[in-house]
Design a protein around this ligand. Structure first.
Ligand code: SAM
Length: 321
């Protein structure tokens, strides 16, 4: 996978704070792995890191990298300079696709003020998004959309905050991290054995989740909170402290465990992983635990064959859960 970064030139912390922040946010949401900014700006770094911490992903930010240093240090890469004087994007797309399969990293150069002539000369490609002056944010978004061929819309950002799309209104789900889950168990005075069980289920679940395309934060939270309802139903009120989405998952998981039914088609992949882990521990099938994701996949395939179901709409031959 080609690593895509943005280099932001001419950033003036006071004047460009908002636009550079939006350049970084757009880069992140459209699949770039980081932004490098020429002028040092701690505040900018802080606000972008906060978004990454809350909403997830591996996006990095580095500021204070002068143009000279950037050009000296970034040699074995393709450099696309976004400029209204460049070759129109429709005529550049073949070359851009070649960059993406070249094995080299890609850097997109975005200006804020007048860009020196040597950047035009040193760039692998000067690309325009219309030959009119436009906002660098829109130019970057359109370029990234062409680079990604629309795949940016299915990117996953498994952060602790999730926006739930809805026709009207606003809904954001908070997935508690491991430390918060332990606090919830403590606040509800759960006995020591339930902490051990939480950690054990989480350990197996995470081993499985590492190899599977799923929401790992959700797997971790559901694993850690399961003993809350398993141990004694009086503790169910502890789920009031987490969002309804997580609480509902924990309750569905518990219900499936009671019925020893990790094949329940209504469960999400994340929920099935936790049910599987909890049942594996209960059955003390150490061998199954060692097999982790492989065993889980086999289990899912068996399930499809037995029930003629297709969990998650996965086509035969593509077992990438
Ligand atoms: N006044 C500056 C100059 O003369 O270079 C440019 C200011 S412009 C708002 C900031 C950045 O937006 C440019 O450096 C370029 O990266 C980007 N940009 C503006 N219009 C563009 C276009 N039509 N196509 C691609 N990039 C564009």
């Amino acid at each position: 996978m080609t690593d895509i970064r943005v280099y932001r030139y001419g950033h003036r912390p006071m004047r460009d704070k908002r636009v550079t922040t939006h350049v970084a946010l757009t880069a992140r949401a459209f699949g770039a792995s980081g932004i490098i900014v020429d002028t040092g700006d701690e505040q900018l770094e802080k606000s972008i890191r906060k978004v990454v911490n809350d909403f997830g992903g591996d996006f990095s930010i580095e500021t204070g990298v002068s143009l000279g240093k950037f050009l000296r240090d970034s040699k074995n890469r393709n450099l696309i300079h976004l400029t209204m004087y460049g070759i129109p994007i429709d005529q550049s797309i073949e070359k851009i696709d070649e960059f993406m399969s070249s094995g080299k990293n890609l850097v997109i150069f975005v200006g804020a003020e007048k860009v020196p002539g040597n950047v035009y000369a040193e760039s692998t490609l000067n690309v325009s998004v219309t030959s009119q002056p436009i906002s660098e944010i829109s130019a970057l978004a359109i370029l990234l959309d062409r680079i990604m061929h629309g795949k940016e819309f299915s990117l996953k950002f498994p952060g602790k905050l999730r926006v739930v799309p809805m026709e009207k209104g606003k809904k954001v789900v908070l997935i508690p991290d491991r430390a918060r889950c332990l606090d919830i168990l403590r606040e509800n005075n759960l006995p020591p054995e339930s902490f051990e069980r939480a950690v054990e289920i989480e350990s197996i679940s995470m081993r499985i989740a590492t190899d599977i395309d799923c929401d790992r934060n959700l797997v971790s939270a559901c694993s850690m909170l399961l003993p809350l309802v398993e141990y004694n139903h009086e503790f169910i009120k502890g789920l009031n402290d987490v969002s309804k989405t997580v609480a509902d998952s924990v309750l569905r998981i518990e219900n499936a465990i009671i019925h020893e039914d990790s094949r329940n088609g209504a469960l999400s992949t994340e929920e099935r992983i936790v049910v599987f882990s909890a049942l594996t521990i209960s059955g003390n099938q150490e061998e199954d635990q060692d097999h982790g994701a492989d065993f889980f996949r086999e289990f899912e395939i068996m399930d499809q064959e037995i029930n003629g179901q297709n969990p998650d709409g996965i086509e035969n031959g593509n077992r990438d859960i």
